[in-house]
Design a protein around this ligand. Structure first.
Ligand code: AMP
Ligand code: GLY
Length: 439
């Protein structure tokens, strides 16, 4: 089987690592990938310019006899990438442009959840700045408000606050301020959901699903959830939380109605459904958001736990109604710690990232534990790795217990060095399902 992966981060590196180990996969093509992926001998990298021209990309896939396409990031999915491959009869594991609206428009997804009675926070939608200002006047901000810009914003289009001045400024920034990179003519207000966050993942073919598993991401850049939001600084999966009872509630109250609703709307959901959930004190799940692809770093956390041939299963899901190849998720725990460049997430121009430093990576290989996944890296003329992106790499450890997995992951990350590098020291600590800091 010849697989094409779209993307270039740690998530796509983890897909490449998984496919590299699978007997049925003979070739892994990645567009654009990064040079570190060449450490897998089945990998061939395609030029990044193809991502600016989906017809040429699909044409190249025809020439290279690609059997399966897997897309990591959301943007190509919301831009309708699926159709270019489907027009060439190449199996594509990902949603259509219309189904990708579940992630592409926060307002679409909230209205969808209201129609199909999927539990989520109460909300209001505004299309005009003046109406939003009036709506804010009437909102009990001291008990909390979440303001969201519609559309993709890479995690930067959400502000959670109890401060009226912050809320007013956010409204102005999102709707009126030309100096701010996020702009939206449509705005969403939501009530704050209390509880603990967890991400749940299902592989779907439009009707049926395989419930892959759940993982907890740490989004803030510094320990104890301080500092700005990032794409994800680390992640853990503990089979003890959420438990089987909660998993069943998520399937019955969120996953099944979502697939049924999308089918009823005429846009059956095919691909990885990522349910961002808040679990309240009564152990009830509420949807914070949907994403229409695997998470990063959730992929680096869960893919090492999958038993079975993933490429075969994704091919089956892309082309037929049933998965005949059984996939299972190991009962073990895994912990993933991300190492970033200094300055990440570099929200403003006066905080540039510290890039292009040589990375010392002793001993770690992609075959032994802990596992190393590369993301924002390149190789210089001497073949040495240098850091070229915000999230540079990550280390995953899999073990019977969370404490051992955590120790192993940190032992791995402590072996890696480059100038101004940063990682959180509290991954898998102080969370529900996680360890307590005195353990
Ligand atoms: P989103 O981009 O919608 O996932 O939001 C980013 C982050 O904001 C989430 O991961 C949550 O931590 C937080 N958030 C978003 N909506 C809510 C909500 N209604 N209640 C509490 N926290 C929220
Ligand atoms: N880790 C969160 C995301 O991939 O959106």
């Amino acid at each position: 089987m010849r697989v094409l992966i779209i993307g270039s981060g740690g998530r796509e590196d983890a897909f490449a690592w998984k496919f590299q180990k699978e007997d049925k996969v003979s070739h892994i093509m990645i567009c654009p990938g990064h040079k570190g992926m060449k450490r897998f001998d089945k990998v061939e990298l395609w030029e990044s310019s193809l991502l600016g021209d989906y017809s040429s990309l699909a044409q190249k896939a025809v020439e290279k006899e690609i059997d399966l396409v897997v897309c990591g990031p959301e943007a190509p999915l919301t831009q309708g990438l699926a159709k270019f491959f489907e027009d060439e009869s190449i199996p594509f594991f990902g949603p259509s442009e219309s189904a990708a609206l579940l992630e592409g428009s926060k307002i679409f997804s909230k209205e969808f959840m209201r129609e199909f009675e999927i539990p989520t926070a109460g909300f209001q939608v505004f299309d005009r700045y003046e109406d939003a200002v009036a709506g804010l006047e009437a909102w009990p901000v001291s008990s909390g408000i979440v303001i969201k810009a519609d559309g993709l914003a890479g995690g930067k289009g959400v502000v959670v606050t109890t401060d009226r001045e912050v809320a007013q400024k956010t409204l102005f920034d999102f709707m009126k301020n030309p100096e701010v990179s996020i702009h939206s003519d449509r705005i969403l207000f939501e009530h704050i959901l209390p509880g603990e966050e967890v991400s749940a993942f299902a592989l779907c073919n439009g009707e049926e699903f395989f419930f892959l598993g759940m993982a907890c991401d740490h989004k803030r850049v510094f320990d104890y959830d301080e500092g700005p939001n990032t794409g994800g600084m680390g992640c853990y999966r503990d089979p003890l939380w959420p438990d089987a009872d909660l998993k069943e509630k998520i399937i019955q109250k969120v996953l099944i109605p979502t697939l049924k609703g999308m089918k009823e709307r005429g846009h059956p959901f095919k691909g990885i459904l990522f349910m961002g959930l808040m679990i309240n004190s009564m152990n009830e799940p509420f949807v914070i958001e949907y994403n229409v692809r695997f998470g990063d770093p959730e992929a680096q956390t869960l893919l090492p736990l999958i038993k079975g041939e993933l490429a075969v299963a994704l091919h089956q899901l892309s082309t037929q109604a049933k998965i005949e190849t059984p996939l299972t998720l190991s009962e073990e725990t895994s912990v993933h710690v991300v190492m970033t460049s200094g300055g990440y997430p570099s929200i403003t121009k006066d905080q540039p990232m510290s890039l292009n430093h040589k990375i010392e990576i002793p001993l770690l290989t992609h075959e032994d534990q802990p596992l190393l996944f590369l993301a924002g890296v390149n190789r210089n003329e001497d073949g040495q790795y240098i850091n070229t992106g915000g999230r540079v790499l990550g280390v995953t450890a899999v073990s019977e217990g969370l404490e051992t997995a955590r120790k192993m992951a940190y032992k791995g990350i402590e072996m890696i060095h480059f100038k101004d590098s940063h990682y959180r020291t509290d991954i898998a600590l102080n969370r529900r399902g996680g360890l307590k800091s005195d353990q």
